[in-house]
Design a protein around this ligand. Structure first.
Ligand code: ZN
Length: 143
């Protein structure tokens, strides 16, 4: 059986339902160290993952904004049983953080011991390029 075309980064799977032409700027932003979201020019709702249209007011007039990097952990999970594509990884922690723009971001949380991770703690959202060369983003310890 032929292998299905696959994408290594978990983050890409999160936004996979968005047409690539509209997310190109998002991936370019990550390469430049910026985590971008879209903001509706009409009602000012911020979307992450970026959305091409605003479900609230049905406008398609969106602008790109760079998210602040300060997030507060709302929930997290420590993944010991990894999905097949992550068998080679060590157990990891995935968290949902809320940014001051009001959006929630799901990302890996790195730089902490599991015992240190608490709901409500402040973390930093950073853009990076993974060891496989994919642009990605994660939460980490604030400086
Ligand atoms: Zn809107």
């Amino acid at each position: 059986m032929a292998a299905m075309p696959s994408i290594k980064s978990r983050e890409m799977k999160i936004v996979q339902d968005i047409p690539i032409s509209k997310t190109l700027q998002f991936w370019e932003g990550l390469k430049q160290g910026k985590v971008l979201a879209t903001k509706c020019k009409k009602c000012e709702t911020v979307y992450f993952p970026p959305a091409a249209d605003c479900p609230k007011c049905l406008a398609s007039d969106m602008e790109w904004i760079e998210l602040s990097n300060e997030a507060t952990i709302e929930t997290f999970t420590h993944v010991v049983i990894r999905p097949t594509t992550f068998q080679q990884n060590k157990p990891y922690t995935v968290a949902i953080g809320r940014l001051k723009e009001g959006v929630r971001v799901l990302a890996w949380l790195t730089g902490f011991k599991l015992s240190e991770v608490k709901v409500g703690m402040k973390v930093k959202l950073v853009a990076k390029v993974s060891s496989e060369g994919n642009p990605t983003y994660e939460f980490t310890r604030p400086e």
